[in-house]
Design a protein around this ligand. Structure first.
Ligand SMILES: CC(C)(COP(=O)(O)OP(=O)(O)OC[C@H]1O[C@@H](n2cnc3c(N)ncnc32)[C@H](O)[C@@H]1OP(=O)(O)O)[C@@H](O)C(=O)NCCC(=O)NCCS
Length: 473
């Protein structure tokens, strides 16, 4: 008997057949062969076309609209695999055996529970912070808690300076000219245990990668709940990664159908070439800073609306359009104002993003019994048609991964502020894998800029520079 999750697999396979039909005639793309070093290339703003390193992790074929992880086609992975298996694939470069997979899953489950980190995190005003800022803070707190690297360094161990509550020192009593303390230190009993649990000092190896892949979902779920005025809940070790993430966020165990859709969404976002957040993570790691810091940088880079923040921006845009009847007028105005359509266009894909090919039909599937999502979907479909008709041929602008993901998440009850965190919960697999791979042959990133400014300017004292406006360069 066909189950509902079988139906989802059929959606993915149908999207795959369509993609293969449509892309098979496009020419094979550059980048499959070996480049000869030193490479002679022209590098423009945004490092477009620059090659940063060799990798075996993933390949994005922008002209054919193909995406592979370690040689496996994204459509096959979505149809048959799970996020845990894909994480293993990215980290180790091969599919696990049953025994390896069971052990890997045990490690992920073990790393899910972060009571101390969450307790520290709850001390911050999470409901007032951007969720991505919370995630970034969360990874810093994981680092502090799990590596013990910073536990002794940050605070003075003496209270000689000021030994009273901050509020009890009226500022006016501090003599002028003396250093003013804006904060006072109390002697803290250091929490560092006599013997750090085995492996936890490691902040740059595979153990840290696994902890981050697992732990970020716990942090993201806790942040979602706190922002919704609810207390975080304990992970359920019986659930798979996608199901547990949904459970920790929503407080109810997802249906197999919801779990499957979330799993596919996590697989789709797990890695994507040398994108901005991956590059940010790698740049930080290349200084031999550690993986926790580098993932924090990836989170920061992902938060921008030109990158992961686009999925939230798409929903805002669709809600603003409000009705399919408004699409034409809205689009014409946007074009007159040279506005970019969120969720459209891509630096690498010059055709339909294969991830959008899967998320589009999945959005239709989840919108069947969700009128709000169904309305947004009708708007999105009409806008897509307009964009592809007018910008597709002319500028190679097509839907990207962010165009439909928000509708899928919304239909699954996820608040739009938490869309980009879902992206991070998935992309952490790619970030860690690529950092781990790069560190094996590390070379600090240090590109150069083409200086186009002046030379030999004469320095004039302030009072000789006149009163008028000066130009900045
Ligand atoms: C993803 C993105 C940053 C790639 O940018 P890029 O490779 O630097 O491309 P450019 O910004 O140089 O755009 C090239 C041309 O296409 C146009 N263009 C690019 N994306 C567009 C969009 N989403 N809507 C309308 N026009 C777009 C640009 O205006 C530019 O036109 P011009 O040559 O007439 O000036 C860009 O497409 C974008 O901002 N998209 C919207 C945000 C988004 O969805 N981001 C998620 C990416 S996964």
């Amino acid at each position: 008997m066909e189950t509902r999750t079988d139906k989802i697999t059929e959606i993915v396979l149908k999207a795959a057949r369509k993609a293969r039909r449509e892309t098979s005639s496009a020419p094979q793309q550059e980048g499959r062969g070996r480049a000869n070093w030193p490479l002679d290339c022209t590098v423009g703003p945004g490092l477009e076309g620059a090659i940063a390193c060799e990798t075996k992790i993933g390949f994005v074929n922008g002209t054919r609209g193909e995406l592979t992880y370690c040689g496996y086609d994204i459509f096959d992975l979505c149809a048959y695999s799970t996020f845990e298996e894909v994480s293993y694939l990215l980290l180790y470069g091969r599919m696990p055996t049953a025994k390896q997979f069971a052990s890997f899953k045990r490690k992920l489950v073990k790393s899910r529970s972060l009571p101390h980190t969450l307790r520290l995190l709850m001390g911050f005003p999470l409901e007032q912070m951007h969720p991505m800022a919370c995630l970034r803070l969360g990874t810093n707190l994981m680092r502090q808690r799990l590596t013990w690297q910073d536990s002794d360094a940050a605070r003075p161990d003496s209270v000689a300076a000021i030994a009273a509550d901050e509020d009890s020192i009226p500022m006016e009593t501090i003599p002028k000219g003396e250093q003013k303390a804006i904060y006072e230190f109390k002697k803290r009993k250091t929490e560092r245990p006599a013997k750090v649990p085995e492996g936890t000092e490691d902040a740059a190896g595979l153990a840290a990668c696994i902890r981050l892949i697992s732990g970020l979902s716990t942090i993201a779920a806790a942040v979602a709940r706190v922002r919704d005025h609810k207390l975080p809940i304990e992970p359920d070790p019986e659930l798979g990664h996608a199901a547990n993430y949904l459970y920790m966020m929503n407080g109810v165990r997802p249906t197999p159908e919801q779990e499957r859709i979330m799993d596919i969404a996590l697989i789709l976002h797990a890695d994507h070439g040398m994108n901005a957040s991956t590059f940010a993570s790698m740049v930080v790691a290349s200084t031999l800073s550690d993986i926790y810091f580098s993932i924090g940088s990836g989170i920061a880079a992902l938060s921008g609306p030109l990158h992961g923040g686009a999925n939230e921006a798409v929903l805002v845009m669709l809600e603003k359009i409000g009705h399919p009847d408004n699409v034409d007028a809205w689009f014409d105005k946007a074009m007159r104002r040279k506005k970019k359509i969120m969720g459209m266009g891509h630096r690498v894909y010059k055709t339909y993003d294969p991830r959008a090919r899967i998320l589009g039909p999945l959005a239709s599937y989840v919108a069947r019994d969700n009128p709000d999502a169904a309305l947004l979907l009708r708007i999105a479909r009409k806008l897509e048609k307009r964009v592809v008709e007018s910008l597709g041929k002319e500028k190679n602008i097509f839907p990207n991964v962010d165009y439909y993901s928000g509708i899928v998440y919304k239909a699954m009850g996820i608040h739009r502020n938490m869309f980009t965190p879902v992206f991070a919960v998935s992309r952490v697999a790619g970030w860690t894998a690529r950092v781990h791979e790069y560190l094996k042959k590390n070379r600090i990133f240090r590109p150069r800029a083409l200086y186009v400014g002046a030379f030999g300017k004469e320095y004039k004292p302030l009072d000789e520079r006149g009163r008028g406006k000066t130009t900045s360069r």
